[in-house]
Design a protein around this ligand. Structure first.
Ligand SMILES: Nc1ncnc2c1ncn2[C@@H]1O[C@H](COP(=O)(O)OP(=O)(O)OP(=O)(O)O)[C@@H](O)[C@H]1O
Ligand SMILES: Cc1ncc(C[n+]2csc(CCOP(=O)(O)O)c2C)c(N)n1
Ligand SMILES: [Mg+2]
Ligand SMILES: [Mg+2]
Ligand SMILES: [Mg+2]
Length: 302
């Protein structure tokens, strides 16, 4: 799109709320500088679309700002742009503007994404109530396990296991259809970026409730199950790893039966993983019924 003016102008629509979110990605913090440029582009856009999904919003467009440590190679730029164009078409979003600058620091990308939701219907983190059930889409832990492998923090995984885990780390799937479908169904919702344990903590905090997570119900992919079968000590890392970009949400007790139909409609598995109680914080209940301590609480910048 030709950017002709000083700013993008988006006509307002009656009865529609605009949802805005910004997520920044820094080389060495969110991805590795030598990651494939196509994957950097996809992850940058998709983690933002994931936040729109978490709010039940329909994506509209995005602004993109990049700080380059040096002029990018033509091949890098081509691969980056081609992947971005593909994802724009796939998720039906347009580039609304942005900025490009040089930096003496690492490659830094920022996307600000805009979406729409019918007035008053956005999902939030604040509506969970005691008695609600907690559910999650897809599977968790793949990306966190992939990162341990990639950074050499664990004995390397076999290639046939490492490959699907790395795909989850580099190419998350924003759960947009599910987010929209959960309007009026979920009492609270968010996307998993910091890790299941930490992010459930965000729902607990904002809603003013406690969450009890049943560790043995947490859904893992076949690859993660293979890793955990060999190395059960990595269970905590899988539950608190981060970069999952699945949706975690709460639904009122008695509405669990609707989950199977919603899952089929949206083409993603949904699994009940816990309950909401009065109180505060997140407790993880192990297979033996006892509370479990996780090694780390989840991703923190500081
Ligand atoms: N009620 C609100 N009003 C305005 N902005 C908000 C509100 N709630 C959250 N935000 C903004 O939305 C963005 C997301 O917040 P936050 O970083 O807590 O979420 P997150 O999804 O965990 O982020 P990340 O994906 O970076 O891990 C931030 O820019 C925050 O300032
Ligand atoms: C090289 C490398 N190191 C660490 C991680 C893990 N990581 C970084 S930020 C983050 C949480 C979400 O980010 P934010 O809260 O900033 O949106 C996670 C899980 C990674 N993906 N790549
Ligand atoms: Mg989020
Ligand atoms: Mg985010
Ligand atoms: Mg975060």
């Amino acid at each position: 799109m030709m950017l002709r003016d000083d700013a993008a102008l988006i006509p307002g629509r009656a009865g529609v709320d605009t949802v805005c979110t910004a997520d920044m990605l820094v080389a060495g913090v969110h991805f590795l500088a030598d990651d494939p440029p196509a994957d950097i582009a996809r992850k940058m856009l998709r983690v933002n679309l994931s936040d729109l999904a978490a709010m039940g919003a329909e994506p509209h467009g995005y602004l993109l700002s990049i700080a380059f440590p040096a002029a990018p190679e033509a091949a890098w730029m081509e691969a980056f742009s081609a992947a971005l164009a593909e994802d724009q078409a796939r998720f039906r979003v347009t580039l609304l503007g942005g900025d490009t600058v040089s930096t003496s620091g690492p490659l830094t990308l920022n996307v600000t994404a805009l979406g729409h939701v019918p007035h008053g219907q956005a999902l939030t983190r604040g509506g969970a109530r005691p008695g609600d059930r907690v559910a999650v889409s897809g599977t968790v832990g793949d990306a966190g396990l992939a990162l341990l492998h990639l950074l050499g923090r664990v004995e390397p995984f076999a290639a046939e296991v490492a490959e699907p885990l790395m795909a989850r780390l580099r190419r998350p799937e924003p759960r947009l259809a599910l987010g929209r479908r959960l309007r009026g169904v979920a009492s609270a919702c968010l996307d998993l970026s910091d890790g299941l344990f930490a992010d459930l903590g965000h729902i607990a905090e904002v809603s003013g409730v406690a969450i009890v997570l049943d560790a043995s119900s947490v859904p893992f992919s076949p690859a993660a199950r293979r890793v955990l079968a060999d190395r059960p000590e990595l269970l905590g890392a899988a539950i608190s790893g981060g970069d999952d970009y699945e949706l975690a949400f709460t639904i009122p007790a008695g509405t669990e039966a609707a989950l199977a139909g919603i899952a089929a409609e949206c083409g993603v598995e949904l699994t009940a993983i816990g309950v909401v109680e009065s109180g505060q914080g997140v407790r993880v209940r192990g297979a033996d019924g006892q509370d479990m301590a996780l090694g780390s609480g989840g991703w923190r910048h500081f």
